[in-house]
Design a protein. Structure first.
Length: 126
């Protein structure tokens, strides 16, 4: 993300999230299940103990261990399979624009991204 894209961001500021340039990087090989997915994130700020930002992943399949997070999908599509753990039932999430999702810390997941997925996320600061 370039500094000029967020230089005016702060109280009263605006960022074009769909147009925000992110620097995609290859995911670690041990996380990749299929394809050659890349991902990028840009933390935009913090408010009241919550960090927020933008995250994107290109098409492919990868594993992850989740953080406490709420996010809204802006674009793209994915199938996310969450393993049963910690008293939470396993589940399969079909994501597309407008999906609002809550994930718990420690959940093991497999992200199968069908088309580049971009989301705005909110996580506890720290």
């Amino acid at each position: 993300m370039s500094a000029d894209q967020t230089q005016d961001f702060g109280p009263g500021g605006v960022v074009s999230v769909p147009g925000l340039a992110l620097e995609l990087e290859d995911l670690p090989a041990e996380e990749v299940v299929a394809g050659a997915p890349q991902a990028a994130a840009a933390e935009l700020g913090s408010l009241g103990g919550v960090d927020y930002g933008v995250w994107e992943m290109t098409a492919g399949t990868a594993t992850d261990v989740e953080a406490d997070e709420v996010f809204v999908v802006l674009s793209g599509s994915a199938t996310v399979t969450i393993a049963e753990a910690g008293g939470h039932a396993g589940r399969v999430l079909e994501l597309g624009p407008g999906s609002l999702v809550h994930l718990w810390a420690g959940e093991e997941s497999v992200w199968e991204v069908h088309s580049p997925l971009r989301k705005v996320y909110f996580t506890p600061a720290g």
